[in-house]
Design a protein around this ligand. Structure first.
Ligand code: NAD
Ligand code: GLY
Length: 360
């Protein structure tokens, strides 16, 4: 078992990573602050993993459970009421602890509920998809989608602990595993060229769900993310690099309807677009872009945008991105593999070329 720390002063918290730690009482119980717990999960994860958490919790705490419908399309303000209703019906007070057991959708909604319920209560992340283990459970971004924009309603609210059990990935569908690998590749591209090299050599192992390789990839990803979050918790600047590929990707998700493209799939196509634009802006070589494309292909990820989306569709949606400042679109581009920059200084002509070249 490895423990990393997200260093945020008196709000610092551990990320425990280890096979079969899901039901480990000594890792979970120290972070449950009051006498009440509410575990939030969804209808897919519940039959597989909920009982292992409840076995640990029910002896010492009053436990409520909320089973959400499964899917990105339910990541809405309406669904949040299922959580608030349960908390109020079961009379949870301000010392309650919410536990998110599931992928990024459950984690983002549970975290946002924890941020809002009685103006803020504790919560613990127990992520069960690769994507949530390497990205969404760490760093305190929580929220829901709005029909006009992805993740537009939300709050920063850090968890008290993150428990990552790579063994739960054994039940994850292959498509979801690939979607998680997209975010893993992101860390290699934005801040860790050695890790990118490692991914080029080890992609078959990750795709085969080799636990040793997965655990290493999860750990490297979390180390990279924790470093960025510690330096810029509220995305005053640096943290925006974690959104590499996301401005394009969010536009795809919004345009296609939430859930039709998986988040990681949209990010994969978006990362190749950002790499292509970086090449047009003179920082990446064609060889670098080919390396990015080859790694995405090896992970079974999409490398082109949807056929029914043209440059105008992208630009119309991208202009409401959270990184837009003074009406100027800012993008995360690459200076090299392993180094990202946030810039509004790119040619609109090059952007349009990228959007048309990267189309399927
Ligand atoms: P998800 O939560 O929809 O999970 C994917 C699917 O896998 C779901 O059907 C889920 O029920 C199922 N599942 C979960 N664990 C499983 C398991 N162990 N075995 C079998 N099936 C399992 O999707 P996701 O990819 O985990 O997360 C995507 C969401 O995360 C998006 O809403 C995205 O916006 C958000 N996100 C947030 C952040 C952040 O910083 N907060 C970062 C990245 C992504
Ligand atoms: N996933 C982007 C971030 O956490 O900032």
């Amino acid at each position: 078992m490895r423990t990393l720390t997200v260093d945020l002063g008196d709000r610092s918290y551990p990320i425990h990573i280890g096979e079969n730690i899901l039901g480990d009482a000594k890792l979970l119980l120290p972070y449950v602050k009051g006498g009440q717990v509410c575990v939030v999960t969804n209808e897919t994860v519940e039959p597989m993993y909920l009982s292992r958490l409840l076995n640990v919790l029910t002896e010492d705490f009053t436990v409520s459970t909320v089973i959400l419908p499964d899917g990105e399309c339910y990541k809405t303000t309406e669904t949040l009421n299922l959580i608030y209703n349960k908390l109020l019906e079961d009379k949870h007070n301000r010392t309650t602890t919410l536990v998110a057991l599931g992928g990024g959708v459950v984690g983002d909604m549970t975290g946002f509920s924890a941020a809002c319920y009685q103006r803020g209560v504790n919560f613990i992340q127990v992520p069960t998809t690769l994507l949530s283990q390497v990205d969404s459970s760490v760093g305190g971004k929580t929220g829901v989608n709005h029909p006009l924009g992805k993740n537009m309603i939300g709050a920063f609210h850090q968890p008290n602990a993150v428990l990552i059990d790579p063994a739960v990935l054994s039940t994850l569908p292959e498509r979801e595993l690939s979607a998680g690998i997209a975010e893993v590749i992101k860390y290699g591209l934005i801040s860790d060229s050695k890790f990118f090299d490692w991914l080029e050599n080890n992609m078959p192992k990750l795709m085969a769900c080799d636990y040793e390789a997965l655990t290493f990839a999860i750990e490297r990803s979390c180390v990279n993310k924790a470093e960025v979050v510690a330096k810029d918790e509220r995305e005053g600047g640096l943290r925006a690099i974690l959104n590499f590929g996301h401005t394009f990707g969010h536009a795809i998700e919004t345009h296609q309807g939430y859930g039709n493209w998986l988040h990681g799939e949209a990010v994969a196509a978006g990362m190749l677009m950002a790499a292509d634009l970086s090449m047009r802006e003179g920082s990446l070589s064609q060889h670098d872009v080919d390396r990015v494309r080859n790694l995405l292909v090896a992970a079974n990820l999409p490398i082109t945008s949807p056929a029914n989306m043209d440059a105008e569709d992208f630009i119309e949606i991208m202009i409401v991105d959270k990184k837009v400042l003074n009406e100027r679109l800012r993008l995360v581009l690459l200076k090299s593999i392993g180094e990202a920059i946030i810039t509004e200084d790119f040619s609109p002509v090059n952007l349009r070329k990228t959007l048309s070249v990267c189309k399927s």
